[in-house]
Structure formats: C-alpha cells, structure tokens
Design a protein around this ligand. Sequence first.
Ligand SMILES: Cc1cc2nc3c(=O)[nH]c(=O)nc-3n(C[C@H](O)[C@H](O)[C@H](O)COP(=O)(O)OP(=O)(O)OC[C@H]3O[C@@H](n4cnc5c(N)ncnc54)[C@H](O)[C@@H]3O)c2cc1C
Length: 417
Amino acid sequence: MSPERQADVIVLGAGIVGVSVALHLQERGRSVLLVDRGEPGAETSHGNAGLIERSSVIPYAFPRDLPTLAAFASNRSIAVRYRLGALLRMAPWLARYWWNSAPDRLDRSGRAILPLIERCIDEHQRWAKAAGTEALMRGEGWIELYRNHRSLQRAAEAAKELAAHGLAYDLLDEATLRTREPGLLPGAVAGAVHWRDPVTVSDPGAVTRAYATLFTERGGRLLRADADSLQHDDAGWRLSVDAEEWRAPEAVVALGPWSNDLCKRLGYRFPLSFKRGYHMHYAVAEGAVPQHPLCDVQAGFVLSRMERGIRLTTGIELAGRDEPSDSWQLDQAERVARRLMPLGPRLDAEPWRGARPCLPDMLPIIGRAPRHRSLWFAFGHAHHGFTLGPVTGRLLADAMTNQPTFCDLGPFAADRF
Ligand SMILES: Cc1cc2nc3c(=O)[nH]c(=O)nc-3n(C[C@H](O)[C@H](O)[C@H](O)COP(=O)(O)OP(=O)(O)OC[C@H]3O[C@@H](n4cnc5c(N)ncnc54)[C@H](O)[C@@H]3O)c2cc1C
C-alpha cells in the first residue's frame, strides 16, 4: 500500500487561478497541496498578452451588428477565424453566447464581474510585492489603435458611454499618439484610445511561477501529478502523487481549459468552450519598441514588449481545444503589424497556441460544486483569467472558509447551467 499524506485542500491546476486560490487558502490557515502535471504557469497563464485589464468593464460579447457579423462570417477576418467543423459543433454554445450578449443580459454579466475587475490590480500588486515581481509590472495602460477616422469616432463615443465607471483614458490624434509611440510608422493609423488604468506584465508565466514560489516558500506543497487520478470516497478526496497517496477533505478544480475533462468524470457537464489564440515573439528592429501594449482593434491582435522580445498575441480562433495549429491568423496579423511598426525576425521556432476557457454568459464558474459539498470550482475566465486570477483566489478562499465575500457569488454559481 502506498503511504498516505494529508492536506486540508487539494488545488488542481497551477495556472494563475489555481496558484492564487492556493495562496489565499494558505493565508487563511489551510494546508494546501497544489498540483499540476507540468510547471506552474506554463500553459494559458504563460502565453497571454499580459494585460491586467482594469478597463474591461464590459465582457467581450458576441457581435450583434450586421457588418461585423458579415466580416466574421466571411472567415477572412484576422480578428476572428473559425474552422467550419468546430463552428458546427459549437453552434449551440454560440447561440447561447449570442443570447447572453443581448444588451440587458450583457449588462447583468458586466455588473456581476465588475467588483472583481475593480479589485484586479490591487490583488495582483499584493502578490507581486510579496513575490518580488513588481519590476515585471508596468502601470502605463494600453492603447487601442484605429486605422480610420470613422472607427476612431465610434470608439470615442463608446469610451464616453463608460464615463460612469470613472475610467481614465485619452483620445489621441495621430500626432499625439506618435509622441507616446515613436516607433509607429507614419500614416499607419488615424488615432487611438489610450486606456490608462490597466497594468501590464512583461512575462505572465514568470509572474505566475513567482506567485507559486511564494506559496512554497510559505510552506505550501507544489507537486507534479495528474488530476485525472482524483478519487472521491466517504473520507473526502484522494490523489496519487508518484508513490504516495494524498488525502484532503476538500478539492478545488482550477484546470483552466482542461477543467471539463475532470468535471465530466465527476458527473458535471458545463458548456465550456474555447477561443484559441497564438503568440510569436519578434526581435526589435530599427530601435522601435511598443511603449505600451498596442491593440490593433480591426485585426484583433496585441503587440507588447515582453522579456523575450516583442510579443504579438492574436485574436480569436474558434476551433477544438486540441485541433492542430493553423498559421493563417498569425501570418496575417504579422503582415498588418509590420505595417504599424518595424519588427525584426521571429524569435520562436513555432507559434505558441492556447485556449481561452469560455462560458456562454461570459462569467467564470467560482464556487461550490452542486453535487459534492467538498468540491469547489474556479475556471472559465475567458479573455481575463490573468487579470482575475488573484481576485478569484480571494473570493473562493473566503467562500471556502465561511468568511464574508466582497461580492455575491450567485452569478458565478455552477448550478446556473
Ligand atoms: C492568446 C491569449 C491572450 C490572452 N491575453 C490575456 C490578457 O492579456 N489578460 C488576461 O487577463 N487574460 C488573457 N488571456 C486569458 C488568460 O490567459 C486565461 O484566462 C488564464 O490564463 C486562465 O488561467 P487558468 O489558471 O484558469 O488556466 P491555465 O493557466 O491554463 O492553468 C491550468 C493548469 O492546469 C494544468 N492541468 C491541465 N490538465 C491537468 C491535469 N489533468 N492534471 C494536472 N494539471 C493539469 C495545466 O498544466 C495548467 O498549468 C489570454 C488568453 C489567450 C489564449
């Protein structure tokens, strides 16, 4: 018989969400075993654009205007690309996403997630200070680029509508933009909106790893194991880790895009789908470096200065989580990016690919499992998982330790599906 080890909670998945849940539980006096089949922060939490998106007060909705829908339907849009087979399989999910994107329902989802968005920077800064990653954070906001005056005008009107949220932003004409972004090529864009509240990190994977190191330095256990070996019995949860068997009265599923694999085995069916994305790093050319993350709104990609080089992160690909990569979207985005700013050669042998784990009402699942009182969920953070990881950790840990939560957990409940 394998030797038995005991913890209060097993947290499955060491992406930004799982690591943050583990840290918060530890702060509340719980002994935590954090497990991942790989290195912490090596998957989706590594490959993203590094934005801590304080200005994203409206979730990314399904477009409802005909010109945008027609552009996406053509499958020639760089911002959103689909595989026909995946689109057909995703049709019921997309219909729910569309339904939830109606103005009143979108407003409801936006109001639900707002208390988390409002706290996202403070919660990251707290861990960053303790983990020594403050040098990787830049508080300069990010810039949305518009290629013509009409789209810039529409963006200005949309930004004004967010006035109630008190977000700080500047509307920039081309000349002012070029003072903030001297590397931009002349005539490439008509102007921009500079959102000043967000913070960005120059290596999201390293930040997640450093938070995981903070957890182990504070006495937490971080081990390699496959969540698939999780078993439930009368005494709680069991997990095989090498030659040992770990037991805990409670478990948390924070497996990002892989969460449904385990949930299905435990009898849950959640409408978790994927918006995939790619990234590539480029060498600096002619001294041109983005001073802020730059989002080309029309082509849906972000260019940002990272530790490894200039990272181009693509928009949305609707495809099965594990379907092979397709280089079209990245190639096209690169072509557009090179017209915005000089870029040197590619630095990675292959593009990185990841999947944003998405639920059709644009809200994550955070809270207790409906049929196992000792099981908890924290996944489905879609476009904003890096932003919301630390604040999700606080929310879930408070709920698990019967402390007052800073907002209502109802909108995030698993039994809404
Ligand atoms: C292209 C792109 C750009 C993005 N840009 C941003 C951005 O700028 N800002 C932002 O806030 N968000 C962004 N996101 C979204 C964000 O990256 C994700 O929402 C977030 O990283 C999800 O974190 P997670 O901890 O839930 O998942 P992950 O980071 O994927 O962690 C899940 C962990 O579970 C582990 N795991 C899986 N299966 C098993 C198993 N069977 N056993 C053990 N371990 C297992 C994995 O190894 C992994 O470490 C972006 C996403 C993409 C794809």
